[in-house]
Design a protein around this ligand. Sequence first.
Ligand code: SF4
Length: 350
Amino acid sequence: MKPFVYDRTYTEWKEWMKEEGEPLFRADQLMDWLYKKRVNSFEEMTNLSRRLRERLSDAFHLHALETITAQESADGTVKFLFQLHDGHAIETVIMRHNYGNSVCVTTQVGCRIGCTFCASTLGGLKRNLSAGEVVAQVVAAQKYLDREGERVDSVVIMGIGEPFENYDATVRFMRVMNDKRGLWIGQRHITVSTSGIVPAIYRFADEGLQAVLAISLHAPNQELRRKLMPISRRYPLSDLLEACHYYTEKTGRRITYEYALIGGKNDQQSHAHELGQLLQGSGALVNLIPVNYVPERNYIRTPRNRIFNFQRIVESYKVKATIRREHGSDIDAACGQLRAKHLDAERRTS
Ligand code: SF4
């Protein structure tokens, strides 16, 4: 299996060009074709010699993804279902905000973490994506936005999978995204979300990156978190908060805590008080997410007035809390929903 062009960093391209006996500026030219002109074939890279184009084509794949569907919502949200070279399907989403376009990328085919509110974990983990397969999702989203003369302004690593279980590819992806010869997305505009893989949080704190770290918290105490998120059995809440403290101390960056409100499970007033107390004084931001209905789990949504009340209580502890705006409610917007439908249709036709 040949590697993908998007797997490589600029430094690695320079090394490759050197090995090929090519001048180093060829690496800059190649980056320009890949990320600025965003061509679809090596043939189009006309300022590279025919020999070099053939060598590239022999050694690398340019296409990591085939589009199966691209659903566009009335609010501008675009949800892609992509097929990988081995037939697996993944999802990528473009979301429109008043501060720009954000792309949510997938890092794994499926997931083994088993959060009880998540459709993506139901079939388990199939495999990790390579960094290039993650980069290719953003390039494909940028090509879609090119038609409107718009750009990808930020990236959230919150699609299918636990990014810190695919740590090296995730960090490599972030470095490729941030390269000024590439799509040049500022580190502060890249958010990575983890369910709480404690050793990886310490490692990430020491990477020297300025990205945003988001923690999927979803419960204000260990007992409830164990029930909703099995990962909490391996890495208890107290250990997680200690790692978060280390991250904040080391980087000076504020952490975002994601809290999916699930009707009757973690959305009581007492939970809001506990959450406020837990994060008081940490400088954290809480992002409240009205949970999407998961038929397999019988989870229901928290009514809107209860969400506002929950927010007010958390904020009474001087912890900033926001409510996540819904994107693409008229399409299969819940994480994993489009892929789950696709897998179901495949099963029925096979
Ligand atoms: S929420 Fe994320 S980490 Fe948890 S099961 Fe779903 S994809 Fe995996």
